[in-house]
Design a protein around this ligand. Sequence first.
Ligand code: APR
Ligand code: PHB
Length: 390
Amino acid sequence: MRVQVCIIGGGPSGLLLSQLLHLKGVETVVLERQSREYVLGRIRAGVLEHGFADLMREARCGERMDREGEIHHGFFIAHDGVLDRVDLAKHSGGNSVVVYGQTEVTRDLYAGRDRMGGKVVHNAEDVAPHDVNSDSPFVTYRAGDDIVRIDCDYVVGADGFHGVSRKSIPKDVLKEYERLYPFGWLGVLSRTRPVSPELIYCKNERGFALCSLRSQALSRYYIQVPLTDRVEDWPDDKFWAELKRRLPETTARDLITGPSIEKSIAPLRSFVAEPMRYGRLFLAGDAAHIVPPTGARGLNSAASDIYYLYHALIAHYERRDDSGLDAYSQKALARVWKAQRFSWWLTMLLHRFPDHSPYENRLQATELEYLFSSDSALDSLAENYVGLPF
Ligand code: APR
Ligand code: PHB
């Protein structure tokens, strides 16, 4: 089998690229290790930058997002018992974000692939890229007892942090940067009316908390927990009681609780792999970089990779212009590191660090005080939250 671009990984990055390239007549195949149900079963964040929302519309997969997603022009930071609002519209020149679950984004992209008859192979085992440092790369995978070979011009590694693509880049070429945080996020999904029409990020001496939503009937809440905690340690009533302790009194009073329909703990990690290109192999999304969920940059950062790669591949196929492909790694990393900085900054601002000295705790409190006393600080926060230009 031969295609122009072989994409490893059927998550949002791989599907979005496949859809955009197909609309421009570039032939792709997506190889996904898991079943579609498994991929759609993952609960992830849900704040989309306006640039990403535009890319979904360009991919002709934005219709449901625009119908069911919520446009948010601000969010709150709760601290010291008060709620301070970050007016995104005022501080970002009128911009906003779309609150719409990543699971729904992925579902819409699969629907887009189906509508166009896109090739997505599920349960593709032992996927392996070959000769990516030559002019004729190929990818193999196992389908039952058969080994299938796909010849292609380019291979895109959109197979997430635990994928095979990054690992296929020689160790003497790849440089990895990492920061681990001494805590995780315990997340709960519940069929309850959200406590607030806009998101609330809470800084509390007991630890961070976040009140988010998927719709006016589906809420998503998170609390910071030690990495040693397990989901079994947190029955629903204990979760709700702890969340209430971390919210300002008025918000806690309004909180509607209910049975959790999903509950999981995610560790917090910052990670970047460089370069994002090795010969004819291009890394995109979680395959090359991870951010802590605090700033909801993960999906948006993946989308900016896809934006650069999509335009670079179109320039190659339409005009034989390889300048975009040659600049891809540097361009994508420049924006990735800004998302890394913003996610790290927001994580340092809002979480409780058990090993912080009293001096560091005062600095953290002062950072928050400065934020709400300075329009330029709020401008910086808002422009990063709504999404820096591509
Ligand atoms: N072969 C084929 N597919 C693979 C392999 C492999 N060896 N390894 C992993 N995959 C698949 C995974 O099953 C997953 O569906 O690659 C896909 C990668 O998808 P994601 O992890 O969602 O990564 P990405 O598409 O880059 O999306 C980034 O996901 O984790 C969130 O916060 C992150 O929001 C960000 C978004
Ligand atoms: C979420 O809705 O899951 C969410 C929202 C904002 C974040 C992180 C997660 O910063």
